[in-house]
Design a protein around this ligand. Sequence first.
Ligand code: FPP
Length: 251
Amino acid sequence: MSATTKTAARKALPAELGTVPAHVAIIMDGNGRWAASRGLPRIAGHRAGAMAVRRTIEAALHHGVAWLTLYAFSSENWRRPAGEVNDLTTLLRHYVKSEIAELAAHGVRLRVIGEAARFPDDIQASLGAAERATRANARLNLTIALSYGGRAEIVAAARRAAAAIAAGEIDPAALDEAAFGRLLFTDGMPDPDLIIRTSGEQRLSNFLLWQAAYAELVFLNVLWPDFGAVQFAEALADYASRERRFGARPG
Ligand code: FPP
């Protein structure tokens, strides 16, 4: 079969029959615009965004996606007005408490990546408890990126590598991509196969910079609170239609 025929055949398959990405990562963007377009305060958009998170987890479970990573709060989001940061923190506190039992019941394992230590103690405690309570689950690995920044993650890993080298614990020649990858927050996680960004913006905004090396990118013209099963399936179908070569020439 020629490469063109193969691509055409893949295009004809619905997401369920094509290649399902093992790891989907999502930049959830557009909550503010969703709220503004309705004359509502920004927190209303974030609340509606939390409902979209729920629908997305259901969709990931439905399609058999094993890893789902959501960019919920970037390192840069601390620069937003104190009121909005406080609203987002309150929403996160409420979300973890109200959803964890259901997530656990559906075989979801929760992980947090980022500088969770910058959040209030009670949130850190409930996130830690949720991670421990779901550690044995394997159906869906749900990772929430909180106070996460890709450059900061890489710098922290470089600092750790430098310290280990200075202490004579690592031979610089042994520091290859795999060894460096183990120093990142995402140690033990596969790289994302598909990164989705909503709201029409087309950039990574400091999300999974190292890990995104070979990810397929899908940009959707939908605001995050309007995202659901239909858009998730659409992104999976787009992914299934692509030919991934990881830098190699077509065979
Ligand atoms: C981007 O929209 C969204 C965020 C900064 C926060 C994401 C939070 C949620 C989806 C809800 C809570 C999630 C969890 C996991 C509890 P924006 O505010 O940048 O929108 P705009 O670009 O339209 O202003």
